[in-house]
Design a protein around this ligand. Structure first.
Ligand code: UD1
Length: 431
């Protein structure tokens, strides 16, 4: 299995292009199931998770084309296009093997029910960061008239006479649940109101694409989405919004190395909570042309507390990276995780690199140390893995990050982007 070798201690300097958001692209791809017309998405990142979703949609009957370099949106740099067309739904099952690899596969359930009246989707089960149930997805679909049974590890959902609009009230904010409810509601008969909907930018991106396909949705960007069902949707072209977590991760890379990075294509308005935190920690972040400039040239990092919350709060997907940053700050930082119950798996690995972190329930106290030291490390999920890369960039000596496949799920050309800014980083293929 490949690993990544990093020799830390060099300030990064240069430009990193920010790609399209993985977590927006995945539900947008699933939206192709809602129409027989082609859906053309641009700025789709080239990642393992995107390929997995492509494979699943292919099994359901969609044709997927990723035109080569000539198909790229040349005027906007690297903006790969994906064309998806589900003329017919030829199967309605999301099998265990794919859902196990990528939980986000469950977002095909809403569109399959809406278009084909049935869906059989493997129950995702637990994952490295917690139990992550899908009960709220199912309650939402039931509120739209779906009949749901759990059998042999699968969710069997049916709407033999089509879905009907209804009131979906989420007791807890769920991103995937809101996406499933929204994609089901756009083709349901009548009106649907989704209360306590997630407000993540990826939801708004999905809603904008659905609107361009002919859906009637009010309340974009708010926690109440009102949908008037339509009989059918058509195709459209849509550009995936920039990845706010990739942006935040490279901003943290500039900060932890005392460097200076320009992140092109990044949007500050998508990560205000992260920018605020970095600024309080002593990092300079300024909007510049088509992106952001992040630097910490001549000043110390300060410990700053943070607590994860649904958008627009501080994102759980940035928690591990900010923790890595706080390990080398002056003073202490308390980091509280409120979204997932088991998302401190990176703590023991950071401690192996010399970090001083104590976990008390949902909170971790990070006391800054002068220096980290390189070590062989590994992590069990995507953001935890990248937090170890960040720590490695600041550490003395060599850090080996194992289980690189987690990084390939969510960071496009990670080593290349960092190496171009002066990092000593390379992928090492294991025999
Ligand atoms: C999405 C993101 C993930 C991010 C998370 C929270 C994608 C592909 N993934 O995941 O990167 O970390 O949002 O911002 O977009 N919950 C239930 N029942 C449900 C659904 C969720 O109890 O039916 C709980 C979860 O266990 C978790 C919380 O709700 O504690 C939030 O989860 P949710 O927003 O649904 O996360 P995902 O959509 O899976």
């Amino acid at each position: 299995m490949d690993s990544i070798s990093i020799r830390g201690g060099r300030p990064l300097s240069g430009t990193i292009p920010i790609g399209g958001a993985k977590n927006a692209a995945l539900p947008l791809m699933a939206a192709c199931l809602l129409t027989e017309d082609p859906l053309e998405l641009s700025n789709v990142p080239d990642l393992v998770d995107i390929a997995t979703m492509g494979k699943l949609l292919g099994e359901l009957g969609a044709e997927i084309e990723r035109p080569d370099a000539e198909g790229h949106d040349a005027g906007r740099g690297n903006a790969p296009v994906l064309r998806l067309q589900a003329r017919q739904i030829t199967a309605t099952e999301a099998p265990y093997d794919l859902v196990r690899r990528m939980r986000a596969s469950v977002v095909v359930m809403g569109p399959l029910l809406a278009r084909a009246g049935r869906a059989r989707v493997s129950l995702p089960g637990g994952c490295a960061i917690g139990t992550r149930p899908v009960d709220l997805h199912l309650k939402a679909l039931e509120a739209l008239g779906a009949e749901i049974e759990l059998k042999e590890g699968y969710i069997e959902a049916r709407a033999p006479n089509g879905l009907t609009g209804g009131h979906v009230l989420f007791p807890k904010v769920t991103v995937g649940g809101t996406e499933n409810a929204l994609m089901a509601a756009v083709l349901a008969r009548g009106e649907t109101v989704i209360t306590n909907a997630a407000r993540e930018p990826e939801i708004t991106d999905l809603a904008q694409c659905l609107a361009a396909m002919g859906a009637k949705i009010d309340g974009l960007g708010t926690d109440t989405l009102k949908v008037s069902g339509v009989d059918q949707l058509s195709g459209c072209r849509h550009r995936v919004l920039p990845d706010r977590i990739e942006t935040g991760t490279y901003a943290a890379a500039a900060a932890i190395t005392g460097g200076d990075l320009t992140l092109t294509g990044a949007r500050a308005d998508l990560i205000e909570s992260v920018i605020g935190l970095l600024q309080r920690a002593g990092v300079e972040v300024t909007e510049q042309g088509d992106g952001l400039k992040v630097s910490r040239a001549n000043c110390d990092l300060r410990g700053v507390d943070s607590m994860t919350e649904p958008y627009p709060g501080f994102p759980t997907d940035m928690q591990a990276q900010i923790m890595a940053l706080m390990t080398v700050a002056k003073g202490a930082a308390m980091i509280t995780e409120t979204i997932f119950e088991n998302r401190f798996m990176h703590v023991p690995e950071l401690c192996r690199m010399g970090a001083d972190i104590n976990v008390h329930g949902r909170s971790a106290i990070v006391r800054g140390v002068g220096k980290l030291s390189g070590a062989p490390v590994m992590a069990t999920d995507l953001r935890a893995s990248v937090s170890l890369v960040l720590a490695g960039l600041a550490a003395e000596g060599e850090t080996r990050v194992n289980r690189v496949y987690h990084l390939d799920r969510g960071y496009e050309r990670l080593e290349e982007k960092l190496a171009a800014c002066g990092a000593q980083i390379a992928r090492v293929a294991e025999a």
